[in-house]
Design a protein around this ligand. Structure first.
Ligand code: GDP
Ligand code: MG
Length: 466
């Protein structure tokens, strides 16, 4: 998008495609009262719902519904916004949108060229404008998309917290403390005798330490927020017939994967997202791992390995009923070795021993005993998964966060650590520089400084009409 297009009026269907009771067409831009007049043939009082006909070019009603006009700057985007709430049929919506474009084009002839540039909105463009017009910062704008995409109740609550500005406030507090320290350092730099004073007498070291601790706390909470947003990926692996598909079904509470006593039933991976304490957990059932010459099964097994490498945790499943079978145990030992060899260190491997219902004296094992059939041990397994993900369930509520935020905070932390080192070495210019860089990172998080690339990457992920 070039710069001039940034100010074009935009239109989109704001509701999901398909049939619905109500559908909303939304327009944002300058000078929309003229458009409202063309569509409704009446004056719309700002911020009031008016029941009206939506007229086509010849004056016939396309539909009747509610029109709401928000006059700039008192709107979501900070521009004039017009919302047309009509019956939610796809054709009604298309007709209304086409009529908006037609009525806007008419204004070219009437000497209102701005309106004549009305065009379809790009994904996230309404939110982008809200951000550009200082209606919200970048963290809040991201929270809108996260709220819409939230897959669990906990994710909704945390995205809503971030949208209300709770996360932005935490960052603002860090910014404030950092700015205070920077001011002191910069002042000391300006007067060389004060520099000595500063180094000897101020509590700069302590302020820095305190700041680092605050960053740590925000960082920890953000990690939790990222987990709520992105969830964790868990792969169930093991030899054929140990009960992997049964476990997926038991965790999901539905018959998703085919379960049979025939080894090699699962040929491809099957995924399902469940939630544990509000954390989305993407569980992947895989083809059992064994020596096989079946080509399809081999392809399935290759996918199993790929999935394991990319997982956060692997549930390595063993079959308690076959503990006495030498061949089975040898294959299990081989499998454990290959997994330890091939799977990256950061993937947690959790050994689980299935079919505990079928054995009278379960042996002492290193891992969890469970039964996919009766559900025994599943609660412990769920908690173990949360533990592997690093979920602490912050009691005061989690702010929704993204990996981008965590990365930025880690860099802030790094710059503060370097600032400590420079302070110890009494190189005040370098302390000032590190603090400046830390401050910049925080500003980038909230979008006070931002590149077009970053904005493009963020807003293009939004849905159209938001
Ligand atoms: N007794 C008992 N049988 C189980 C349990 N879990 C799975 N099975 C049986 O083991 C066989 C293989 O199960 P399946 O889930 O297809 O194993 P997969 O090949 O690892 O996916 C089926 O006959 C299941 O009914 C369990 O917890 N207890
Ligand atoms: Mg299976």
């Amino acid at each position: 998008m070039n710069l001039s297009q940034q100010h074009d009026p935009i239109v989109a269907i704001a509701t999901a495609p398909g049939r619905a009771a109500v559908g909303i067409v939304r327009i944002s831009g300058r000078g929309l009262s003229a458009l409202a007049h063309a569509l409704c043939q009446r004056h719309l009082k700002p911020r009031e719902a008016t029941y009206t006909a939506f007229l086509d070019g010849s004056g016939s009603a396309i539909d009747r519904g509610l029109a709401i006009y928000f006059e700039a700057p008192h709107s979501f985007t900070g521009e004039d916004v017009l919302e047309l709430q009509a019956h939610g049929g796809p054709v009604v919506m298309q007709l209304l949108m086409a009529r908006c474009l037609e009525a806007a084009a008419q204004h070219q002839a009437d000497g209102l060229p701005v309106l004549a540039h009305l065009r379809f909105a790009m994904p996230g463009e309404f939110s982008l404008r809200a951000y550009l017009n200082d209606k919200m910062d970048l963290v809040q704008a991201e929270a809108i998309a996260d709220l819409i995409d939230a897959s669990t109740e906990a994710a909704v609550l945390s995205a809503s917290r971030s949208l209300s500005g709770a996360f932005s406030q935490e960052i603002a507090q860090l910014q404030k403390a950092l700015l205070q320290l920077r001011t002191q350092v910069e002042a000391a730099l300006d007067f060389s005798e004060e520099e000595i004073d500063f180094l000897l007498n101020t509590d700069a070291r302590e302020q820095l330490l305190k700041l680092e601790q605050c960053v740590d706390t925000v960082l920890r909470h953000s990690g939790q927020g990222v987990l709520l947003r992105d969830g964790m990926t868990v792969v169930i692996a093991g030899q054929p017939n140990v009960g992997k598909s049964s476990l997926l079904n038991a965790l999901a509470g539905a018959e998703l994967a085919i379960v049979t006593p025939v080894p090699g039933t699962t040929r491809d991976k099957i995924a399902q997202t469940i939630q544990i304490q509000g954390v989305p957990v993407h569980v992947i059932d895989t083809a059992g791992l064994r020596d096989s010459h079946d080509e399809i099964e081999q392809l399935g097994m290759a996918r199993t390995w790929e999935a394991m490498k990319q997982a956060d945790a692997v549930l390595l499943m063993h079959d308690l009923t076959r503990m006495d079978a030498t061949e089975y145990r040898a294959a299990d030992a081989m499998l454990a070795c290959s997994i330890a060899e091939k799977i990256p260190q950061n993937v947690s491997i959790i050994d689980i021993w299935n079919k505990v219902d079928a054995v009278t004296h379960p042996p002492c094992v290193n891992g969890l005993l469970l039964s996919a059939r009766t559900g025994q041990g599943l609660d412990v397994l769920r908690l173990r998964l949360l533990q592997a993900a690093g979920w602490q369930g912050v009691s005061e509520g989690v702010n929704m966060a993204r990996q981008r935020h965590v990365n930025a905070l880690q860099q802030v932390k790094q710059h503060l650590a370097w600032a400590q080192t420079q302070l110890a070495a009494q190189v005040l210019e370098m302390v000032a520089e590190e603090l400046r860089l830390a401050h910049n990172m925080l500003c980038e998080m909230t979008g006070e400084f931002s590149s077009d690339d970053l904005l493009g990457a963020i807003f293009s992920q939004f849905c159209i009409g938001k």
